[in-house]
Design a protein around this ligand. Structure first.
Ligand code: FES
Length: 106
């Protein structure tokens, strides 16, 4: 099983905000939704554009390029023009540090 990796301070991301972090060679967006952190790959499944850029809406994120909407909890594509999901990563906070685990190959 992959290890948890420190990616940022929890204090650095206020509720409703986000931060792009690099997990080895993968760009990930960390969102703070009312104190709950979510981590999703920073690549839209429509045309591989960065997903980060717009504020989250509830537990959803909207791609800034063509407006596809994804669930931050499951990565599911909720609206066209995206139909394929985006990977969401396990995330936790330990001693004020946000940690993410890359479980894609576990
Ligand atoms: S690149 Fe995200 S909706 Fe088109």
């Amino acid at each position: 099983m992959s290890d948890w990796i420190n990616v940022t301070s929890a204090d650095a991301i206020a509720p409703g905000e986000w931060e792009v972090v690099e997990l080895e060679d993968t760009s990930i967006v960390i969102y703070n939704i009312d104190g709950q952190f979510h981590a999703i790959e920073n690549v839209c499944s429509h045309e591989d554009a960065p997903l980060a850029g717009l504020p989250p809406e509830g537990d959803q994120v909207v791609c800034p390029r063509h407006g596809a909407r994804f669930c931050l909890r499951t990565g599911e594509a909720l609206t066209p023009p995206a139909y394929e999901p985006v990977h969401v990563f396990p995330v936790r906070v330990v001693d004020g540090i946000v940690q993410v685990r890359d479980d894609r190959w576990d």
